[in-house]
Design a protein around this ligand. Sequence first.
Ligand SMILES: Nc1ncnc2c1ncn2[C@@H]1O[C@H](COP(=O)(O)OP(=O)(O)OP(=O)(O)O)[C@@H](O)[C@H]1O
Ligand SMILES: [Mg+2]
Length: 375
Amino acid sequence: MPRTQVNKYPCPYCPYEAWSEKDLEDHKRFAHGDTGQDQGEDKSEPQEVSPQPEPPKAVEVTPPTEEVSPQVETAKLEKPEGEAELPPGIFVPSPQPDFWVSERVARELYIIGKLSDKGEAVNVKVLGPSGVGKTSLGWEFAASFKRPCFEVHWGMYQEPSEVWGKDRLSMETGTYYEQARYVDALQLPKCVIILDEPNRCHPEVLNTNFALWDWRRAAWVPDLRKMIRVAPGVVFFACMNEGAEYIGTNPMDKAIRERFGRTIRLTWPPMRVETKILLKRTGVDKETAEKLAKFARDVRRNPKVGCAPSTRQLLVAAQDVVEGLPIQEAVMYAIINDLDENTDRQALLQHLQIIGSVDEAFVEGREEEDDGDST
Ligand SMILES: Nc1ncnc2c1ncn2[C@@H]1O[C@H](COP(=O)(O)OP(=O)(O)OP(=O)(O)O)[C@@H](O)[C@H]1O
Ligand SMILES: [Mg+2]
């Protein structure tokens, strides 16, 4: 019997082999940011997670006089026109320009998207140091797949019942029960739900969601007097920092960890990419962006220093430089003053020479001494 011919569509950027033209198109668009439109673009950097669609109208009409910080501006959280009506707080985000993920992570996100498209609910945990883009990853995934997205901050819950809703007071009608928006998100097909820092709340609070996060995907909620079912295609991203330095976090129960069967561990963008992120997001000059990115890369590679500047901190420093602060001072406010006592400041000093000549007082966060002689 002749064997069925299986056509494969190899990706030009990575080893992935798609099973149809459509699959290849989707893969290239999501994993490599290739929309097939900008043929003149430099294809040597396939890491960008998503294409950049036209900004929604709501952004275009923003009066140009209104000064917005570049980081806020790029978030563009408006609901694109023509979207089906979504409950307040749940919306389809727009992609951040230049959000970077490694090719490997992009491939996994692509697979997660496909599973969700088939109606599977998917649980992912995202780990990594502070400021590496864990929370943003969920938003970027939602933006790339044009999915509604909702974020829950677990640190804000004091009691398990608050997960489902709260008693509120109205001047007109007195006390009433308000169901939590999380419940709407759970029941919205293909919603991306970002479970931010679930290890910052009491384990009992998380226990309320045991059944929703495993194969049952449904739970009887006594407070609501109804069965809550996770809608098809919902994707949960549980984002957390782990480790002794993150005070206020709890070691996560194995049972909960295991419910988040896919684990993405994020790392810092390569220096070249981080330079571009700083350039595009803040408008800082190229030399400063390069210095900041090189400084960060070298410090992260040197385990002796005992600290790792985050992309978030570099963005803050770059922003201050754009506003007129010398690079040394910008680094002081964004990074040096925040260091803890475990940092080897002598080891850091040599890396700081990249940003200009600085001395021990600088790296120890001391002000220059003024002995009052000038009076
Ligand atoms: N890979 C990246 N590409 C582009 N921007 C990034 C990247 N990683 C972080 N950033 C930027 O750094 C900032 C912090 O990101 P985010 O809040 O997602 O980090 P986080 O890992 O969740 O931090 P935390 O652990 O403190 O919650 C955001 O402005 C984000 O856009
Ligand atoms: Mg976060």
